[in-house]
Design a protein. Structure first.
Ligand SMILES: Cc1cc2nc3c(=O)[nH]c(=O)nc-3n(C[C@H](O)[C@H](O)[C@H](O)COP(=O)(O)OP(=O)(O)OC[C@H]3O[C@@H](n4cnc5c(N)ncnc54)[C@H](O)[C@@H]3O)c2cc1C
Ligand code: FES
Length: 264
């Protein structure tokens, strides 16, 4: 585990905070020093005002960070009290965030083609990676899924950044392939020679994607979600069982070599 954590507390100001899909918001904050330091796959831990009883920050990945503008773009699903309060923050509101947190994506050196597979609110960190890889000249194919069309995010952004194959799936068939992301992922892995697979989303989905990558002999990373109390290695609430023992997701992850993960 890296020690000490590179995370620092930064003031932020909300630039915008708008719904982009059913129950999903896009938050843009101004926090220049953190925006310049973030690497794809890392996260920030946000203090959301409005509940004096709630001491914990909300850990969130980011979809984009603009070092020149000093902004961080976060896509989040409203699931409970913290994210509900976050959805009420408006342009000009201020608070603090802790970041950059954790270890981000690590595509292998010389990677020429990557397959990125995300489900639900796992899309933002994968989209961020896709943008970085595409800018570095890596051929990128993406598979994004959601429960239903109204909750599907990231397709347009993946097309804009120049992904080759952009496959979308929904559990109920209201957009794209009717079924799970693992179906197109399996097809693409059979049809193309990939150097890297990256995945983020529900744990069973990541486990299956990691299994497909293993069968195809391709290095795979997964961004895992755990409850996080501190976000900087002090509390042990975020443990991930790996073949090398327990590892804290906030410092050794959230991105892990999928072949080492025992429980996704
Ligand atoms: C590294 C990391 C990156 C994340 N990135 C994103 C992101 O980009 N977008 C996004 O929408 N969400 C993301 N999450 C999940 C997000 O942190 C939780 O949805 C959020 O903390 C819920 O807070 P709440 O107060 O609204 O809900 P609560 O009322 O605390 O809980 C509502 C539900 O969410 C679960 N939950 C609460 N906290 C967490 C947590 N830290 N991790 C997992 N489940 C939790 C609870 O078990 C419960 O089922 C990320 C989590 C981690 C650990
Ligand atoms: S969240 Fe406290 S150690 Fe990881």
């Amino acid at each position: 585990m890296p020690n000490p954590s590179p995370a620092r507390v930064h003031d932020f100001t909300v630039v915008s905070n708008e719904p982009i899909a059913d129950g999903i918001f896009k938050l843009v904050v101004s926090a220049p020093a953190c925006a310049a330091a973030l690497k794809p796959g890392q996260f920030v831990n946000i203090a959301v005002p409005g509940n004096a009883m709630s001491l914990l920050r909300v850990p969130l990945s980011f979809a984009a960070a603009d070092a020149q503008a000093g902004t961080i773009e976060i896509w989040y699903a409203v699931v409970g009290d913290g994210t509900e309060r976050l959805s009420h923050m408006a342009a000009g509101d201020t608070s603090t965030l802790l970041g950059p947190g954790g270890r981000g994506w690590g595509a292998p050196a010389g990677c020429a083609r990557a397959l990125l597979v995300a489900g639900g609110i796992g899309v933002p960190p994968v989209l961020c990676l896709a943008r970085e890889l595409a800018a570095a000249g890596v051929a990128v194919d993406v598979v994004f899924g959601a429960a239903t069309a109204a909750k599907l995010v990231g397709e347009a952004e993946a097309r804009v950044l120049g992904a080759g194959e952009v496959r979308v799936c929904t559990d109920d068939g209201t957009a794209g392939h009717h079924g799970f992301v693992t179906d197109p992922a399996r097809e693409l892995l059979a049809a193309n020679a990939y150097d890297y697979v990256a995945t983020c989303g529900p744990a069973p989905m990541m486990e299956r994607v990691a299994g497909l990558a293993k069968e195809a002999g391709v290095f795979c990373e997964a961004s895992l979600e755990r409850m996080m109390s501190c976000g900087f290695g002090a509390c042990n609430t975020c443990n991930v069982q790996t073949v090398d023992g327990m590892k804290g997701a906030c410092m050794c992850g959230p991105v892990f070599d999928a072949s080492k993960v025992v429980v996704f």
